[in-house]
Write a protein that binds this ligand. Structure first.
Ligand SMILES: C[S@@+](CC[C@H](N)C(=O)[O-])C[C@H]1O[C@@H](n2cnc3c(N)ncnc32)[C@H](O)[C@@H]1O
Length: 240
């Protein structure tokens, strides 16, 4: 399994580091963590966190790349000819500081549309390859209509669930603008009161295939005993 965690996977690479430390069990070499900012800008925004996390990722044989535009991954030479089974963009935000809400929504929709188009080219052809996008809930995020944007590029939302930072020890969410000790919200306060969700997308053709399998299995399960096996799944494939 190969992972591409796009832009700073937590601004400070802490999400990518958590993946190599806690989820990839000796497979750190399959992970590429990318930052939109160049190294100097990233260091000025997130100080020591950048180098500490980068060293840990590289020590686990992972790769860290700076100056990678998630909307044009193909421009990054180091990514050319590579394919990934997981491509992750946590809490995407253009960070343009636009006050006008409609424009703000549009700019973030454009960011995501271009990201989905680009990510799809880097998604491995194997069944089960996924693009993960984490997002706060409520407005203006609901108005981004992320599922629709993904569908425009042939990606369907196959699952969604609460984004639980505790599943990624060491992950510390960061804003686009950076982090100032004693000034910025620390830890994950920034996201936790916004009911954060993780949306999982797969190629539409793969998801159609999975849905056929799912409904066949569900039908069989239902016939066996629906009452004895209530469905506690957190899936919510509702429309936005
Ligand atoms: C709210 S911050 C989230 C940071 C981090 N992913 C996290 O979970 O803490 C939004 C991030 O989107 C990134 N971003 C904005 N435009 C981008 C682009 N075109 N390509 C890649 N990343 C971008 C910003 O650099 C920033 O790191």
């Amino acid at each position: 399994m190969a992972w591409l965690t796009t832009h700073r996977a937590a601004g400070n690479f802490s999400f990518a580091r958590s993946l190599v430390d806690h989820h990839l069990a000796g497979q750190g070499g399959s992970l590429v963590a990318t930052s939109y900012d160049d190294a100097a800008v990233a260091r000025s925004k997130y100080e020591n966190e950048v180098d500490a996390n980068m060293e840990a990722i590289e020590a686990a044989s992972g790769t860290v790349l700076f100056g990678v535009d998630g909307t044009d991954l193909a421009r990054c030479k180091a990514l050319r000819h590579r394919k990934f089974t997981r491509i992750v963009f946590n809490f995407p935000h253009a960070g343009a500081g636009i006050k006008d809400q409609d424009r703000n929504i549009r700019v973030n929709q454009e960011l995501l549309l271009a990201f989905f188009a680009s990510a799809k080219q880097f998604l491995a052809d194997t069944d089960g390859s996924e693009v993960h996008v984490s997002l706060k809930s409520g407005e203006p995020y609901n108005s981004w209509q992320v599922r629709k944007l993904a569908r425009a590029h042939g990606l369907a939302c196959v699952r969604s669930m609460a984004f639980r930072p505790e599943c990624y020890p060491g992950y510390a969410h960061r804003r686009t603008l950076g982090f100032k000790e004693g000034v910025s919200a620390s830890g994950n306060e920034e996201i936790m009161d916004k009911n954060p969700r993780m949306l999982i997308f797969a190629r539409k053709e793969d998801s159609d295939h999975t849905n056929i399998k799912k409904s066949a299995t569900k039908g069989a399960k239902t016939r066996r005993s629906e009452a004895q096996h209530p469905n506690h799944s957190d899936d919510d494939d509702d429309e936005e």
